[in-house]
Design a protein around this ligand. Sequence first.
Ligand code: HAM
Length: 427
Amino acid sequence: MAVFQAAPGTRDILDPQSARWRALIDVFAQVAGSAGFGEIRTPLFEDLGVFLRLGESSDVVTKQMYDFEDKGGRRITLRPEFTAGMIRAFVQHNPALPWKAWAEGSVFRYEKPQKGRYRQFNQVDVEVLGTADPMIDVEVIALGWQFYRAIGLTNVRLVINSLGDAQCRPVYLAALTEYFTAHLGELSEEGRATLALNPLRVLDSKRDQDVAVVVNAPTMLDSLSEEARAHFDAVRAGLTALDIPFEIDTRLVRGLDYYRYTLFEFVADSLDSAQNAIGGGGRYDGLVAELGGDDVPGVGFGLGVDRILMACDAEGVFDAPDRSADVFVVDTTGGLEALKLCSQLQSAGVRATRAYDNRSMKSQMKAADRSGARLALLVGSNELADGVVTMRPMRGHSIGDPVGETNAVQRAVAREQILIEVEKFLQ
Ligand code: HAM
């Protein structure tokens, strides 16, 4: 028989990692909720056209889309990111401005799988549509920063840049093209190909040959229009006012083509440089109009959940929450009492578990020990006849006696009192 494995670039996330995952999303929901963001859940797949707007020089568009024709002959793609789908939803539903939305879930990119680089990975994302105020850029960046802090990460750097606006960007692109063209022979073959598509992306090249040319390339910051400069200065002032440290990297361009003005990335220095970008985003004025909406400005970020958890491992923070059972029910009368007790306790929110298959008392006690439960409830034939349950504290735990001394003595409790006594014990 064929034995299947998860497809390349995909992973199964099992408990306790999955519990940690859920806890991480809960923290994000809380941080984003406090900042006035509401959750949006968009479809996993969209019309291909929605994502073609990410830019024709972007690898995400040219090489990495999971696109296919569905049975109705539609060109469909699995979402490679959240932004374009959220804008499609915004244009479709026309919510009040400014619209602040967050999302989380899987995105798909056909990349070469490696550590920290998957074909199905998860992002948490925020987008704000409807204001060009640089203060919202700051708020968005601050939200990401706060989230990393909330989960305990400290070794994270914020890097920012500006990509200018409709006025100064073409001027800069021309200067950049002129510079790279003058140094064409020194660029790598890939660098030359990228230049033909988008000279900005050459700045992003990691190839030594290109890096040597890029070092002396003109920077966007030198060519910013008055308006773009004022926007960038306001973002810097806002970050400074919030005591959020940042670095300016004039070579930061990122992999998607839609950015204007502010651009930023969060870098985890605890990870290898190939996967140390744990989040990034920026402003994308113009994208909403390209997707058929009004000319509404927007800014947002996407943070990579898989990589964030890797960074948490590297920093030894954000452990899996303790989800071991509170109570283990040992029943040697056939199992029905354990069934009823567990059901009663679970309904009251107590984490209760038990053994199966009618095992011996000794074997069930061993299982109780392994479960990490603080308390065992024992039901044998004597207990059943007397209408009681024996409460036995597990190793390292005790039933406090009225004098306040701790002891490990077990005691019998009337069956109808058991929930109250268990809850008292667990307090
Ligand atoms: P992005 O930089 O393509 O931006 O992705 C955001 C984050 O997703 C990255 O910083 C990284 O942590 C994670 N990531 C990207 N590719 C992979 C992969 N193959 N495996 C694991 N993690 C990965 C966007 O997606 C934009 N939509 C962000 C944005 C929102 N800009 C404005 N609004």
